[in-house]
Design a protein. Structure first.
Length: 315
């Protein structure tokens, strides 16, 4: 599916979404401004990104802007006067700064992302890419954004098992994403392995452990903010409206899951086609793609990772 078509479908779905409408209405006294602020920040950043792409055809700025703006949006919408929302803001900013810095450094080294060459070679393709980037940022940030729109007087005290489960998922996800990026980077910089496919370390758990870590980060942020999303406001938000907040925020991990599987199966971009062309003749690669899950791990892949590589055979 072309990026432009996917962007149009996603944009129309968002504009008519009863879940987002309910989420906005449920955040009495602040939810709509929070969503509007988020849309404005992501819209401005991605418009700048599109302008640079259309004028220069550079790849350097793609992730620096597309991912880095998460930190700006989180701190702009903010969580003033509330510990949970302050921690949420800092958590989003840490993730965005860490990932955008690494991806920008990688872009400086690699110059271009071959997976996006075809897409970014035309103005319409670049527009579709940056529209998807805007939708990605706005939707994925919803757990933080919607929670920041809940009136301060109605927010629950910090704590509870859901809060700490979310924090644990965030920390594990951040560590997994970081480990996956670092292991693949070192694998590809090693002269002995740079032309091979990466199956080292956490890449035995999933074909895309960096995406798995990303999904865990945002699932963690969703769970961390869930108590606020379900809080009753002083003006008496009922369960239907409170459920609207939660459902709107849940679009974040659900959207990521759909996006990652679309990328992993070449519905978006052509990474699989490029990998098959490069490694397809290698029987080890064929075994890898058949035995290792795309994104979400299985008990078998986790067990294989925990056992470690088999001992070398004695000749």
């Amino acid at each position: 599916m072309p990026l432009r078509s996917l962007a149009a479908i996603a944009s129309r779905a968002l504009s008519t979404s009863p879940i987002l409408s309910a989420a906005a209405a449920a955040s009495t006294g602040g939810g709509v401004p929070a969503l509007a602020q988020s849309a404005l920040v992501f819209g401005a950043a991605n418009t700048v990104g599109f302008g640079i792409s259309a004028a220069t055809n550079w790849h350097y700025h793609l992730d620096l802007i597309g991912t880095g703006v998460f930190a700006v949006a989180a701190l702009t919408v903010g969580g003033r006067g509330d510990l949970r929302q302050s921690i949420s803001s800092v958590g989003v900013a840490i993730w965005a700064t860490k990932l955008s810095s690494f991806l920008f450094y990688r872009a400086l080294q690699n110059k271009r992302d071959m997976r996006l060459d075809e897409t970014l070679s035309t103005t319409t393709g670049a527009f579709g890419f940056w529209m998807i980037s805007f939708l990605w940022g706005f939707i994925v940030s919803l757990p933080h954004t919607i929670a920041c729109g809940v009136p301060l007087a109605g927010r629950p005290a910090f704590g509870g098992w859901v809060t700490y489960t979310g924090m644990a998922a965030y920390v594990i996800g951040l560590a997994l994403e970081t480990a996956a990026d670092a292991q693949k980077w070192m694998f590809k910089r090693d002269p002995q392995t740079r032309n091979k496919f990466c199956d080292a370390g956490v890449w035995q758990i999933s074909q895309h452990p960096n995406w798995l870590g990303n999904l865990m980060v945002w699932t963690g942020i969703f769970l961390f903010n869930a108590p606020t999303l379900l809080a009753a406001s002083p003006l008496g938000a009922g369960w239907l409206r409170r459920g609207g907040r939660l459902a709107g925020a849940a679009l974040s991990p659900l959207f990521l899951l759909a996006l990652f599987y679309a990328q992993a199966t070449d519905v978006i971009a052509n990474a699989v086609k490029l990998a098959d062309k490069k490694y397809g003749a290698d029987p080890n690669y064929q075994h890898y793609v058949k035995s290792v899950p795309l994104v979400l791990p299985t008990l078998a892949s986790i067990s294989r990772f925990l056992r470690g590589p088999p001992p070398p055979t004695m000749e």
